[in-house]
Design a binder for this molecule. Structure first.
Ligand code: ADP
Ligand code: ZN
Length: 629
């Protein structure tokens, strides 16, 4: 059945149901016009000679009587076990026209007691469903399995601008080009410039990805289609693909426009895996259709696809290829400054007391995403209303924060004060080592804002130039930087935490490759035992060890690795012990500001550190940053 047939088929069902309802309604209204009377009343009227005609059936007598010149249809129920012959004799005595009826009322009873209620329920359900789905899913309805269910925003009503999106300056900057293209496509067409078809917004839930996408549409004044990846994938194979096709058809008809696909990872996971639910085939078809559609349309058309995900690492590489989602924009949780701005945006509509200190509120909400802050503002307003206040005051905000924190703690998304302190020292440890060893790339940014799945904080370094060959001292310094976090924790808190696991894994991997692949161990000598997958530096997963390594060699490898790691750890610990004062000072500032740019960090370090620094050049922009969590 194709779409049209399906639709027609459903329309017939609706007509049939309407017909049934109509017939039943007539029956019902007729039943109403006949008066039901008691049997005794019937006998009285018979005696009075009012009864004109009757029809006798198994269980009832129906007929008409005339009273004061008006005739009325009546119905009465026969008394069980009475002698019908007596009644007949009576009727004859009063010369009433009568006849018998054996037709059962089965059909009508069934109609009234079964079909009518069912028809009513079905109709009700149908219209309700249609109403609901047309509200949440645009043009669709119960009939539209293959329709995309994309939500289309009304441009005049739901308009969102960049002003409504607080912070996220870098992301906005990157999206400006797209807005400009949507506004003046001719300019780009004339130059033959290639405009991206797809942009991937990467960030935790509630950080404002949807909002940002809507704001792009708002700024460019183009229609905005929104759909979630999970809405594509249904139980039935082929439905998702049909929905993708439908979505693109709608979008192309409305170009220029923005299509926003939320949770793209639900369709875009790496293909070829075996899923327990058996839903893979459907998902793959959907994904293939999406890729085909993206490749298929003319980039000059002005359809820009924005997609959001929290887990870019699970995406099928095919999605990220040029001509598809070849641009990624990070949408991070806000730092303290960002939170203040978000609060300000949401407080525009709220009447609040002058005593409300936004800085303080921002400081009290570390780890909150934009949606959490929107929540806080709303809760505070509700609380104020409940207490009958005319404006929202600080106490309402404090209470609202406590409530929202409760919810977030249950989802374990909030760090304790102690944990944040540990994370701050850990990150400054990385950054410090990166700045003080000779060969490490300069620090680009440090943050204690949780990011991704495991990382609680992050230190980014930007290489000054592209590197194709890396020397042994450089590798040693990389290991040192990776160990800086753990060393700082150990020195400041006297204990180590699980937070350094991925650092240690990376360091261990580097050490192993130095010994096994790069011939950088004196004891083992210049040999490469490799067979460990793609030989890129920094590759993190190892394949099975070559079988040809002898027991003795394996022992030497282990010893050399251990040696390498321990020597470096020792070096890092010495360095951090020496600079402990600076470390703690900077960690405190980082805790307060949550993010430190490379320059700020270097300045702070310069002020406090013990020995003169190694000179660093400015990082060149546009290079892939190196990240230690
Ligand atoms: P995501 O799509 O990343 O999950 P949303 O865009 O749906 O997040 O954000 C949910 C809500 O949180 C938004 O509607 C908005 O009210 C609020 N919000 C999130 N980020 C911001 C921000 N940067 N500025 C203003 N409000 C924000
Ligand atoms: Zn780390």
């Amino acid at each position: 059945m194709d779409e049209k047939q399906k639709k027609r088929y459903w329309i017939w069902i609706v007509y049939a149901l309407l017909g049934i309802a109509l017939v039943a309604g007539i029956q019902l209204s007729q039943a109403k016009r006949t008066t039901s009377i008691d049997y005794s009343d019937f006998l009285d009227r018979l005696d009075k000679g009012q009864i004109k005609s009757v029809t006798i059936s198994q269980s009832s007598v129906t007929g008409t009587y005339v009273e004061n010149g008006a005739s009325t249809d009546f119905k009465t129920t026969i008394v069980p076990n009475m002698q019908i012959t007596d009644l007949i004799a009576d009727l004859r005595a009063h010369s009433v026209v009568f006849n018998g009826e054996v037709t059962s009322t089965l059909w009508r009873d069934v109609l009234l007691t079964w079909l009518l209620p069912i028809a009513v329920i079905v109709l009700l359900w149908f219209f309700l469903f249609r109403r609901i789905s047309s509200r949440v899913g645009g043009t669709g309805g119960a009939l539209s399995f293959g329709q995309s269910k994309a939500k289309i925003y009304d441009r005049s009503k739901d308009r969102v601008n960049f002003d409504d999106v607080a912070g996220l300056d870098e992301a906005k900057l990157e999206l400006l080009e797209i807005i400009d293209f949507l506004k003046n496509p001719q300019k780009y067409r004339r130059l033959g410039a290639r405009i991206p078809k797809g942009v991937l917004l990467v960030g935790a839930p509630g950080t404002g990805k949807t909002l940002l996408a809507r704001a792009v549409a708002g700024e460019a004044d183009v229609p905005f289609f929104a759909i979630s990846g999970s809405q594509f994938v249904e139980m039935f194979v082929g439905v998702g693909a049909a929905r993708v096709r439908d979505l693109f058809e709608q979008a192309k008809a409305k170009a220029p426009c923005i299509v926003f696909i939320d949770e793209i990872d639900t369709v875009g996971k790496v293909r070829g895996g075996i899923s327990a639910t058996g839903g893979t085939e459907e998902r793959e078809q959907t994904l293939n259709q999406l890729l085909a559609e993206m490749d298929g349309f003319d980039p000059q058309l002005g359809v820009i696809i924005l997609a959001a995900t929290n887990r870019p690492e699970v995406l099928d590489p095919a999605i990220l290829r040029p001509g598809r989602f070849d641009r990624q924009i990070g949408v991070d949780r806000p730092d303290i400054k960002g939170r203040e701005e978000i609060l300000r945006v949401h407080l525009r509509k709220i009447k609040m007391s002058k005593a409300v200190d936004l800085k303080l509120l921002a400081a009290r909400t570390p780890g909150f995403a934009g949606s959490d802050l929107a929540n806080v503002v709303n809760e505070a307003a509700l609380l104020a209303a409940r207490h009958g206040k005319t404006e929202v005051d600080m106490k309402d905000f404090e209470e609202a924060i406590d409530r929202v924190v409760g919810g977030l703690e249950r989802k374990s998304r909030i760090l304790s004060e102690k944990e944040r302190k540990v994370v701050a020292h850990h990150e400054v440890g990385h950054a410090m080592v990166a700045s003080l060893v000779q060969f490490a790339d300069p620090v680009h940014r440090i943050t204690v804002i949780p990011r991704g799945v495991a990382a609680l904080g992050m230190t980014q370094q930007l290489p000054e130039e592209d590197r194709y060959i890396i020397t042994k001292p450089e590798l040693l310094d990389r290991i040192a930087v990776l160990m800086g976090g753990r060393a700082a924790e150990e020195i400041v808190f006297g204990e180590i935490s699980t937070g350094a696991q991925s650092d240690l894994e990376k360091a261990t991997m580097l050490a192993r490759r130095m010994v096994e692949n790069f011939g950088m161990s004196d004891k083992l000598g210049p040999l490469s035992l490799g067979n460990r997958g793609p030989s890129l530096l920094g590759e993190e997963f190892a394949f099975g060890r070559e079988q040809s390594i002898s027991e003795a060699t394996a022992e030497v490898i282990d010893a050399e690795m251990k040696n390498l790691l321990e020597q470096n750890y020792e070096r890092v610990r010495d360095l951090i012990r020496e600079q402990r004062d600076a470390l703690e000072h900077i960690a405190e500032i980082l805790l307060e500001k949550e993010t430190l740019e490379g320059d700020e960090f270097r300045k702070l370090l310069e002020e406090r550190r013990v020995k003169p620094a190694v000179k660093h050049k400015e990082p060149k922009p546009g290079k892939e940053p190196k990240v230690s969590a």
